[in-house]
Design a protein. Structure first.
Length: 459
């Protein structure tokens, strides 16, 4: 008979038990569940709800259970539906009456809410560390190729030349915001629901501050009904991970493009690519493609949780058990993407010549000519118009901007001078972008220095 068997005349139907169980996936919360129980039992003893001898017997047994689970020796009973019941049932089996005292002033509702928060704190710390390591690798790649020029695109069309390092550092910025969002989520979830009971709090003289402090929370949650109903922190984390995956997906898309025969800007280490079962020449960027694909799982998890929560009456409803699988899957996905990416980034080889050739299209310097005219007194709109006409004129003459003579240019842009003929190189264009945050080598060097210092200081 189940632990709540008192009011029941029979056990759950087997198919109902299988349908309702969560042990198969929530056993990963064992360490947090035990930590939470240890804090609870110590508090029960200081509050004189149980005596010290019982408390220390329970704490010792919890320690043994922890070791057994870690070593794979713990016998999870198939009769227990979740990790919380498994551990409590084991305590009762082994300690009898003493074990039966642990659940005073506690419900699985506040217990599971506390366990998940403890678990997420650790996972967020790990993900933030992994993000920092990936940022370091991207910065190192940018640093190794700090003078390589590539075409910058808008609408996937040639726009203006940029430094490859500048492009890479854009991702370091995105990752920094991801890391900030995760840290912020951690700060908000760091409150202890323990002691909220099933929903109403407890009749027993518990000390919620004590358990909150022992578990490293910033304090207890204020409202017991909110505490057991709330999964905002799960949704928030999933939203943060969804944004993070969106960034990784964009980086992946860049990589997929750059390795393709249309670009050949970079090549990946063989260890991170696969071949084709049919075409012997193929080397495919599967890791990047899979990362792009896995982004869908994390978006799905976010939508799943938002949908689970929508319309749930207060307080606990069993629907909430559906938070775990999408959450765990998203965390695993984010961590695996980060772990593999930091290795893959290290193995990137850069084809500076291919990038330079692609960046040498003189049309990409048209805006630089407009800027030259502005500096020489022409209003921006007319300068833009004139250079537009020049582009069209050059096509009619079947030549390119850099091959036109000064007099050909002056037919359309009479203000042009000898020095304008020097404007049409990518180096010159990039060197001129000295505005703060621009792509000139000096500005990009400042960004590199900023990130090296910041990342070395551990944030
Ligand atoms: N396995 C449950 C969950 O993950 C634990 C809480 C169960 N509470 C309850 N009243 N049935 O949500």
């Amino acid at each position: 008979m189940a632990i709540w068997g008192g009011r029941f005349s029979k056990d759950a139907d087997e198919i109902a038990a299988v349908f309702g169980e969560s042990l198969s996936f929530d056993r990963r919360l064992y360490a947090q569940d035990i930590k939470c129980s240890v804090a609870h039992v110590r508090m029960l003893a200081t509050s004189k709800i149980i005596d010290d001898a019982d408390a220390s017997a329970i704490v010792d047994e919890l320690g043994r259970i922890h070791t057994e689970i870690e070593s794979g020796d713990f016998n999870f009973s198939s009769e227990c539906e979740d990790i919380h019941m498994s551990i409590e049932t084991c305590l009762i089996d082994r300690l009898g009456e003493t074990g039966a005292r642990i659940h005073a002033a506690r419900s699985r509702n506040d217990q599971v809410a506390t366990d998940i928060r403890l678990y997420l704190r650790d996972e967020i710390d790990e993900i933030v560390d992994l993000i920092r390591m990936l940022q370091e690798r991207i910065v190192a790649l940018a640093d190794r190729h700090s003078s390589v020029i590539m075409p910058g695109l808008t609408h996937l069309q040639n726009a203006q030349p940029v430094l490859f390092a500048h492009h890479l550092l854009a991702y370091v910025e995105m990752l920094e915001r991801d890391s900030d969002r995760l840290t912020d989520c951690r700060r908000r979830l760091n409150r202890s629901p323990l002691g909220s009971g099933a929903l109403a709090g407890s009749t027993l003289p518990i000390d919620r501050d004590q358990t909150a402090a022992e578990l490293g929370f910033d304090g207890p949650t204020r409202n017991s009904m909110d505490a057991v109903s709330d999964r905002d922190f799960v949704i928030e984390l999933l939203a943060d991970l969804a944004i993070f995956m969106m960034h990784m997906s964009r980086l992946s898309e860049d990589i997929v493009n750059w390795v393709s025969q249309r670009y050949t800007f970079i090549s990946l280490d063989d260890a991170f690519c696969t071949g084709s079962s049919l075409m012997p020449q193929k080397k495919n960027p599967d890791i990047a493609e899979l990362t792009r694909g896995k982004t869908g799982r994390v978006y799905g998890a976010l939508i799943a949780l938002l949908t689970v929560m929508k319309g749930l009456p207060l307080c606990y409803n069993r629907d909430l058990q559906e938070d775990k699988e999408p959450l765990f899957d998203s965390i695993d996905t984010a961590k695996s993407v980060l772990s593999i990416y930091k290795l893959m980034i290290d193995g990137i080889e850069v084809n500076a010549d291919a990038m330079a050739i692609a960046a040498s299209d003189p049309f990409m310097m048209a805006t630089d000519f407009v800027d030259w005219l502005v500096v020489n007194g022409v209003p921006f709109r007319s300068a833009h118009e004139k250079v537009g006409q020049l582009v069209s004129h050059s096509s009619k003459l079947n030549t390119s901007l850099d091959r036109m003579t000064l007099s050909q240019i002056q037919e359309v842009v009479p203000e042009a001078e000898e020095e304008c003929l020097l404007l049409f190189t990518a180096e010159r264009s990039v060197a001129g972008k000295r505005s703060f945050g621009g792509t000139s080598p000096e500005e990009v060097a400042k960004q590199l220095a900023y990130w090296k210092k910041k990342l070395a200081s551990g944030h």
